[in-house]
Design a protein around this ligand. Sequence first.
Ligand SMILES: Cc1cc2nc3c(=O)[nH]c(=O)nc-3n(C[C@H](O)[C@H](O)[C@H](O)COP(=O)(O)O)c2cc1C
Length: 418
Amino acid sequence: MSTYGTLFRVTTFGESHCASVGAIIDGCPPGLELSADDIQVQLNRRRPGQSDLTTPRNEKDAVQLQSGLERGVTLGTPIALLVRNEDQRPHDYSETDLFPRPSHADYTYLEKYGVKASSGGGRSSARETIGRVAAGAIAEKYLRIAHGVEIVAFVSSVGKVHLPTTAVAVDADGDDDDAPEPLSPDFRALLANVSREEVDKQLTRCPHPETAERMKQRIMRAKSASDSIGGTVTCIVRRLPPGLGEPVFDKLEALLAHAMLSIPATKGFEIGSGFRGTEVSGSAHNDAFVRRRDGSLGTATNWSGGIQGGISNGEDVYFRVAFKPPATISQAQTTVQYDGTPGTLAARGRHDPCVVPRAVPIVEAMAAIVLMDALLMQKARQAAASLLPPITTLPPTMVLPPKVNVVARRVNGDDVDV
Ligand SMILES: Cc1cc2nc3c(=O)[nH]c(=O)nc-3n(C[C@H](O)[C@H](O)[C@H](O)COP(=O)(O)O)c2cc1C
């Protein structure tokens, strides 16, 4: 369906070549100062035509706030956001009247609904993600003001060009006894410090200049061969409060996976050490607890990716999303028409040779929407519990101990309380 969320509910609307796309957001707290600029900054990072590496479709993607706020303050009522489609060229797609594009959504949409948009990807087009990015910018602003939450995504691979620090060295003897850590110290340092400003210095949105240049060459090679290429986006969330996530079916990582895999062209999701974590032993992988300055518990390492038992633990949340090579390529492909007649499709139209540079703000937006909804759920639970008298009848092992402030000491560059 087109609605996501329980308390922070986002409904997106629109197709690739209709009059407008956008979102209706229900459940945004009242009293949030909000302007179109707060939203436009992320829409600009998503919009097409940013460079030679993206589709040349020329859209300004200027957002119009239709409802839900007055004098720049949210009213707690539904917020409607709208972006007009301006650079439609439906005739570019006339050959896809005959051919379902291989690995696109033309065939499945027609099978499912029995009718489909006459041109472009219709509802399956990445134009739909405008509503997500706009809604995500609102969620992100609230999370930042309320808890200082910071969300940064970046491109971590294009084809076989990876950020050098993401690769795992394999033991020569195939034994995992001396297996390396799932992620290198360099990559962890990048996760801890990377900013959107650094990410945006590169057209590819990979914050490692040398790798970014190689990624650019790889995308240009795909483009000049009338082909396309895939890649991955990594996302880090800092200062997320503990306690978010709704076990068991709505564990926080399950919600993030759901949200990420709802983005068009996604093929994989991993959190924390991910699949690489399977290559090390438990003793190397366990995140030992430490006591922090405020008396709460933290972890010395963070292979869990900030989530344990489906609940955030207060450490950074980080995950990686895989995107396939976009399906629409102008290289001739042998395929069949809707009626089964064999033929050759060389798709026209304007398309991304690689989606990951533009996917970065979409990943950030979906993370913000998930975390906003999870935060509102936890706040509702805590508010309801706070109306009850304090618990005095249970043994101390059953209730959260009072926090004791302790002296901080630096361990591995971090403030850790001992
Ligand atoms: C930012 C972004 C841009 C995209 N641009 C294109 C494109 O230009 N051409 C294309 O065929 N697919 C593009 N896609 C992917 C399609 O929307 C997607 O592959 C298609 O809807 C089929 O869905 P699926 O890949 O999730 O199965 C893009 C996806 C994203 C996230």
